[in-house]
Design a protein around this ligand. Structure first.
Ligand code: KG4
Ligand code: ZN
Length: 334
């Protein structure tokens, strides 16, 4: 069953490897880095070192669990960008070494394209064209997906990403990094209408999350002056309300994108697509509007090499290989 490809992801704080055979992702090994928690965000230098520590065993485990041998590989793929340069360098260099040693081609993958292509790992798969709301710690984009490797960003954030907004809001109320999943957790028991926040007006399909971050900071500061135990006493409602607001900001733009393009197949991707509020609201909106909704399995929402492997498969079919002098890119358009 060909092609057999080993894919490596190391763009931020997850070291991951995956083996794909004939378009089927065989496994998806992920080593998360706990070292950043006490700093309240990813520390690039520590991320690079942690990738160095994990990459050999992560790749080894992916190979072993796939039942394939290194000599079965037809290509080696890696995330070229966007991401943290020091982190990317670990994966790029490791992939180059393997490609050279095994004498197989090298495939560079765009991390943001890969988030979208995570939808082709399992069924049901969207048909082209579709819209993908890609929401992570570094990006917030509405992508018009015309084909596997033909995508256009039709809306994006002018400042913070929505994942950053989740994480910063969490930090303001004293939750550890990454706070997005914790906000999601507390929100499940809270009232989403308990507190309201101002809307931000952006042109077209673009987003801005810096205003809501500041508004939330001042809201918490003012409430704590009145009642120092405000956060502890209202944790569930605060989380439910800020989550509701952020999800509303995302879905308003998706509705506009549908109106503008006439496309009614909507997918979500990226770390924030693991958010249960976003998932439920999107499904409900889809039912109301008659859209087809595509949501990846949790393990393919946050950073993972399975999605890199999927993108690499389509690139392999197009003989889209790169040379050994390729360098990682901190910024890389989709
Ligand atoms: O895609 P990802 O793993 O890494 C980047 O490429 O950025 O996304 C990480 C982001 C973080 O901001 C994290 O807080 C957020 O995704 N996230 C969530 C949830 N799970 C992860 N945000 C809200 N609710 C969640 N359940
Ligand atoms: Zn990502």
């Amino acid at each position: 069953m060909r092609p057999v490809i080993l894919a490596i992801e190391s763009s931020c704080d997850e070291t991951s490897a995956s083996v794909i055979s004939n378009g089927k992702v065989l496994n998806n090994i992920i080593a998360s880095q706990a070292v950043h928690q006490k700093y309240g965000g990813v520390v690039p230098e520590l991320a690079s070192r942690a990738h160095q520590q994990s990459i050999v065993w992560v790749v080894d485990e992916a190979m072993q669990k796939s039942g394939k041998k290194l000599t079965d590989l037809d290509a080696v793929a890696f995330t070229r960008g966007p991401g943290l340069i020091g982190s990317l360098l670990v994966g790029v260099s490791f992939a180059k070494g393997l490609s050279l040693g095994l004498n197989v081609p090298l495939i560079e993958v765009n991390h943001m394209q890969a988030h979208v292509l995570a939808h082709f790992i399992d069924d049901p798969k969207p048909r082209f064209p579709f819209l993908c709301l890609t929401v992570s710690g570094g990006h917030t984009q509405i992508v018009l997906v015309k084909d596997f490797l033909d995508m256009e960003v039709i809306g994006e954030t002018h400042d913070d990403a929505v994942g950053e907004a989740f994480d910063k809001a969490a930090k303001i109320i004293g939750l550890p990094y990454p706070g997005g999943p914790l906000i999601d957790h507390y929100a499940k028991q809270g009232n989403p209408k308990a507190f309201s926040f101002p809307d931000s007006a952006m042109p077209g399909l673009d987003f801005s999350f810096s205003g809501i971050k500041t508004a939330f900071l001042y809201f918490i500061r003012d409430e704590k002056i009145k009642n120092p135990a405000f956060v502890e006493e209202n944790m569930n409602d605060i989380c439910a309300s800020i989550q509701h607001h952020l999800v509303k900001m995302l879905l308003t733009r998706v509705q506009q994108a549908v109106k503008q393009t006439g496309i009614k197949q909507i997918a979500i991707a990226g770390g924030v697509s693991a958010n249960s509020g976003l998932r439920t609201s999107l499904v409900a909106l889809g039912e109301k509007q008659g859209w087809d909704i595509f949501i990846p399995a949790f393990e393919y929402c946050t950073d993972n090499a399975g999605m890199i492997a999927m993108a690499a498969h389509y690139k392999y079919l197009k003989n889209d290989f790169c040379s050994l002098d390729v360098t990682p890119l901190a910024r890389m358009p989709i």
